[in-house]
Write a protein that binds this ligand. Structure first.
Ligand code: GDP
Length: 296
């Protein structure tokens, strides 16, 4: 494959004539370029270090097959390792429980939780033929509750009312009762976010998790957040047993290095990517395609 990185690496090894394999001496220079490419894509530094160490192990001594140059071979190894790191695991939503299957949405304010809740509702209705209920536990921002009502209608799902004078845990209990009585397959629970990590927020979402026992706890993260996504992922991953990630705003111009950071830090699969503000802007995450984008 041809990429800016392949070109750079090829130039680096141009003078190494007769080089039959990737060696310790040429790999160091090449890995420096890979490291730069990952940092330019906003992958968090500790994640870059780990990744480079893994690639170095794999690259050393590897035969360069046929007409491939060491630069291209290394990019091949990097691409494969990137895709493997970002792509392990199942990508669709797990619904293998006694209904209603509860899905808890977690993440910072502005990450795209409410939008993604509606996108997922539509996905589950259309692709999995499920009866879907949504509810908002964001009692701090009445506008967020209204926003969920609007987008849920667009998704063709049902919305369970909640209001600012209720406690999130009471809302959760009432919604799950309603979902049971009315035979919903799935209950999607949108939660409050803050602009930054905050202990009260974490305590609240942990309590919600304990009450709801969700089959999926999805961490919603904005791809444009770059390096900050790593810290956010660590905080949510420490607080909650996450089951998957939704990486939003991949239609933006970021290289999407956050994917590598959040995948490596949380250890859970990136299940979906948000690709527009619209209700149908949700795609199953494609790790291989994304690897090419991260490398630029
Ligand atoms: P929340 O605070 O986490 O619930 O975030 P919202 O769902 O309200 O989203 C915040 C903003 O990001 C809104 O303007 C959304 O339209 C926008 N948004 C969410 N997901 C995407 C996406 O995948 N692509 C784009 N371009 N915008 C998105």
């Amino acid at each position: 494959m041809a990429s800016a990185l392949t070109d750079k690496l090829s130039r680096l090894v141009k003078n190494l004539s007769g080089q039959a394999r990737i060696t310790e001496s040429n790999v160091t220079d090449m890995l420096r370029e890979v490291r730069m490419a990952l940092l330019e894509a906003d992958v968090a530094l500790p994640v870059v270090r780990d990744f480079i160490a893994r690639v170095k192990d794999k690259a050393l001594g590897q035969e360069v097959i046929g007409s491939l140059k060491p630069g291209q071979a290394l990019v091949g190894i990097v691409n494969k390792e990137l895709a493997a790191t970002m792509g392990q695991g199942v990508s669709d939503i797990n619904l293998a429980v006694q209904p209603p299957a509860v899905i808890l949405m977690a993440g910072l304010q502005g990450a795209g939780k409410t939008t993604t809740t509606a996108k997922l509702a539509k996905h589950l209705i259309e692709k999995r033929k499920k009866k879907v209920l949504t509810v908002s536990g964001d009692v701090y921002r009445p506008a967020a509750i209204e926003q969920l009502k609007t987008v849920t209608a667009q998704a063709g799902a049902e919305w369970f009312p909640s209001s600012a004078d209720q406690k999130p845990i009471d809302i959760a209990r009432a919604a799950i009762d309603y979902a049971r009585k009315h035979h919903f397959d799935v209950l999607l629970v949108d939660t409050a976010g803050r602009l930054a990590i905050d202990e009260a927020l974490m305590a609240e979402i942990k309590a919600l998790h304990a009450e709801l026992k969700p089959v999926e706890t999805l961490f919603v993260v904005d791809a444009m957040q770059g390096q900050d996504a790593a810290n956010t992922a660590r905080a949510f991953g420490d607080a909650l047993p996450l089951t998957g990630i939704v990486l939003t705003k991949l239609d933006g111009d970021s290289r999407g290095g956050a994917a590598l950071s959040v995948r490596q830090i949380t250890g859970v699969p990136i299940k979906f990517a948000g690709t527009s503000e619209k209700i149908d802007g949700l795609e199953v995450f494609d790790a291989e395609r994304h690897a090419g984008r991260v490398l630029g």
